[in-house]
Design a protein around this ligand. Structure first.
Ligand SMILES: [Zn+2]
Length: 446
């Protein structure tokens, strides 16, 4: 990371810190100003938005149409605000494996495309600095000081796929204040454990599914780490995984919520009472399947985000499939940002089962999380196939527990009024991971 980027990032961070002392009213005034500027810019420079919001330039945000990934990608060249940007050129660069900034100034990030084709998201240098600041803010809230005189030792066990945001951010954050060991979550666990033991990180970062495995490795005395801070992100963090991590390392777990489209969305502060939304960088609407707002305390079906800082590729009411629950509590830390008190995964994680009458019922991932949280394993994954539910367990060593699990799962599903499917328990050595290193808790394969 060059010195200009470092200085830019530090100055961005300073600005973000001042926002954390605002009142709610000050924050809302700022949001309105930023949104007005974003919309004015989009209407001036994006042919797509001129058409998409035609006749609605003065309407409130909540009345604007929702932008899906499919529509975004289908109109990519008209949506971006620099006419030199061409999706075809970006795809070509990806195929050729070209690194470096596109057109000399754009950082390219791609979603993994676990559902459908990948989404492409561009940030110019200025916007990229805000992306880095948003991730760094989450670390600061956890007490990791950005200190130029001490290089923190960080270990990240996630994705080493180029173009994946965590990788691109990791590359640019290799910096004067940190030195990073980056491991792929797809490597064998013995190898990961050995390298972590050698490295002895002060800050440990991993997907939730990987952190759970590491916590078990620590509790069973194969892993010997004393991290000051432990971060999870990108995957659902169940209560049992949090408990295991806290048993292994004490109360040092900080969960973060981020997406390729937005960079950081929310993070825990030192009070661990949920995740504060970064509402000075993005506007978040928690909505049901028909895009109607859901009240606090209730899980929505998706989240609509409006990214206030991206002018290259404006995202206004962009739909991400996460199901979250907001709280109306305010925190003693005084930050004016609303709190996410639950994240239960993506709508795609819903499994559908027939009732005796032949109707289809959608079962929320939370039901499976609750049942699976009672099992003492290092990892699990539920795969819904035509012939029933396959429950993969790693580190399972109790057949009584497995039998009880089938009972509990059957009972929980029966309560939902569905015909209980066949349930197969399958002990495995390791839970299979996708190419990006993630191990989704729930999958459907037909
Ligand atoms: Zn707080």
């Amino acid at each position: 990371m060059n010195i200009i980027t470092v200085l830019k990032l530090l100055s961005n961070l300073r600005v973000l810190r001042t926002h954390e002392h605002w009142t709610r009213a000050q924050l809302e005034t700022y949001q309105n100003q930023q949104l007005a500027q974003l919309r004015a810019f989009a209407y001036q420079h994006s042919a797509f938005y001129r058409q998409f919001h035609q006749g609605m330039f003065d309407k409130p945000l909540s009345e604007l149409p929702v932008l899906t990934k499919q529509v975004l990608m289908a109109h990519f060249d008209e949506l971006v605000t620099d006419p030199k940007i061409r999706l075809a050129d970006i795809h070509k660069r990806r195929e050729e494996g070209l690194d470096g900034r596109y057109l000399g100034k754009y950082w390219i990030n791609a979603t993994s495309g676990s559902t459908g084709s990948p989404g492409i998201f561009l940030f110019n240098d200025e916007e990229w600095s805000t992306v880095l600041a948003s991730f760094t803010r989450g670390y600061e809230w956890a007490g990791v000081r950005i200190n130029l005189t001490h290089r923190s030792k960080i270990a990240i066990v996630s994705s080493v796929t180029p173009w994946h945001m965590s990788y691109v951010v990791g590359q640019t954050l290799r910096s004067p204040w940190s030195t990073t060991l980056r491991l792929s979550a797809t490597e064998p666990i013995d190898h990961i454990v050995q390298q972590l033991n050698d490295w002895q990180p002060e800050v440990l970062i991993a997907y939730a599914s990987m952190m759970r495995i590491l916590a078990v490795e620590q509790l069973e005395n194969r892993l010997h780490l004393t991290p000051q801070v432990v971060f999870t992100s990108s995957e659902v963090l169940t209560d049992e995984t949090r408990r295991l991590v806290e048993t292994a390392w004490g109360k040092r777990l900080f969960n973060q919520y981020a997406a390729t489209e937005t960079a950081g969305i929310a993070a825990e502060c030192e009070h661990h009472m949920g995740l504060h939304l970064y509402e000075d960088l993005i506007l978040v609407e928690n909505v049901d399947e028909h895009n109607r707002p859901v009240p606090t305390g209730v899980y929505g079906d998706k989240v609509l985000v409006t990214v206030l800082f991206n002018r290259t590729q404006p995202l206004i009411r962009y739909e991400i499939g996460d199901s979250i629950r907001l709280s109306d509590r305010t925190d003693a830390c005084g930050r004016p940002f609303r709190v996410v008190e639950g994240i239960q995964g993506r709508q795609e994680d819903m499994l559908h089962f027939p009732t005796a009458e032949g109707k289809q019922v959608a079962i929320h991932p939370n039901l499976f999380h609750q049942v699976m949280d009672t099992v003492s394993v290092s990892g699990w994954q539920i795969i819904h196939r035509n012939d029933g539910l396959h429950v993969l367990l790693s580190g399972s060593n109790s057949t009584t527990e497995e039998a009880k699990l089938v009972d509990d799962m059957s009972r929980a599903l029966a309560k939902q009024g569905v015909v209980v499917p066949s349930i197969y328990i399958e002990p495995v050595d390791t839970i299979p991971r996708a190419a990006n290193g993630k191990a989704p808790l729930i999958r459907s394969i037909s």
